[in-house]
Design a protein around this ligand. Structure first.
Ligand code: ADP
Ligand code: MG
Length: 323
């Protein structure tokens, strides 16, 4: 039987009840056997989940604020890639023990992006074991407007939001104390990625296919191409890459960090040529670069890297399946 003094119950009450602001569409939230939420008429439910495991997805000593932030941000990024509006989230926490300082920071890191994007924490589970954080996120889209990975057609242009490579560069330099010091912006991108929720939602009537870049442009654009049954020409020189990475002279290392490493959490999408003006307007309004990096062609899921004058380039990317 459960009493007020029960450790797990106390922990949930202290750190997770009231962590996020209450929304009208939550009928029952934390504290019941299950949450009940109401989906507006004419909308569909969009669901995604991601787990972060200590020493696999983040180094064991990572700031608990950053762990909380990233656990939610990577889930928000998946909903952004569908063009969905995030609404509700559940949090399954496995903890080696009760560390109040850790929990206070972790819950703050989780709450900040939740409140920024109006997501309500409606339930979860708390157990003891090796540290792992599992988040399930739910959102809504107007019926029939979700953007899948499968809609790219020959002739579409390929775009990316923001800039790539900062997080990968930071991760590659984590062990180098001097370099790390000058990499604060990149480290922030690694630890607190900015999910592209607004731009994702703005693209529902424009993009033909979309994916978020979590495993590197080459791999993730590859998934989009496979799902759509098309190939792509991409100009590496047009892909926007963060300022610090541009200073890396070794070309192989540069391509590797820019196109074949993880944690960018930008969006890659395709759209027909006539959308260019609307994309410019969205980019200006949201103050977020949207860059045209190539074109979709008939084919079976391959990326052909080409120079500005159309010559094929051979990029040696590790961890990426070559054709
Ligand atoms: P049950 O025994 O029915 O699984 P729990 O004791 O696990 O209930 O959880 C009690 C309530 O607290 C439930 O509403 C559950 O959704 C919520 N909850 C548990 N852990 C968390 C958490 N880490 N974050 C948010 N809500 C939680
Ligand atoms: Mg439970």
């Amino acid at each position: 039987m459960r009493r007020e003094g029960d450790g797990e119950f106390q922990l949930i009450t202290r750190y997770f009840c009231g962590l996020t602001s209450l929304a009208d569409d939550v009928v029952y939230g934390i504290g019941d056997d299950a949450a009940v939420v109401s989906i507006p008429a004419g909308y569909e439910l969009v669901v995604s989940a991601d787990t972060l495991v200590s020493d696999v997805h983040f180094p064991a000593g990572t700031d608990p604020y950053d762990i909380g932030f990233k656990a939610l941000a990577v889930n928000l990024s998946d909903l952004a890639a569908m063009g969905a509006e995030p609404r509700w989230v559940t949090l399954c926490l496995t903890l080696p023990g009760v560390d109040n300082d850790w929990l206070a920071k972790f819950s703050r890191g989780f709450a900040d992006p939740a409140n920024r994007y109006n997501v309500c924490l409606v339930g979860g589970d708390t157990t003891r074991g090796p540290l792992s954080i599992s988040v399930q996120i739910m959102g809504i889209v107007r019926k029939g407007t979700a953007i899948s990975r499968g809609g790219a057609r020959a002739g579409d242009h390929i775009f990316v939001t923001g800039e790539l490579g900062a997080a990968a560069l930071a991760l590659s330099l984590l062990k180098d104390a001097d370099a790390r010091h000058s990499m604060d912006d990149c480290l922030a991108r690694l630890n607190r990625p900015e999910p592209r929720v607004e731009v994702g939602r703005a693209l529902t009537s424009i993009a033909s296919a979309m994916i978020d870049i979590s495993d590197g442009l080459a791999a993730d654009l590859g998934h989009l191409l496979e799902n759509s049954g098309v190939s792509a020409f991409v100009e590496p020189e047009r892909v926007p890459v963060c300022r610090q990475l541009q200073q890396v002279k070794d070309r192989n290392r540069y391509w590797q960090l820019a196109f074949a490493s993880g944690d960018d959490y930008e969006l890659c999408f395709t759209a027909p040529e006539e959308s260019v003006q609307r994309l410019e307007a969205i980019s200006n309004e949201l103050q977020l670069p949207i860059t045209d990096i190539g074109r979709i062609v008939e084919g079976e899921g391959r990326i052909k890297w080409v120079s500005a004058n159309g010559e094929e380039m051979r990029l040696s990317l590790r961890g990426y399946r070559h054709f």
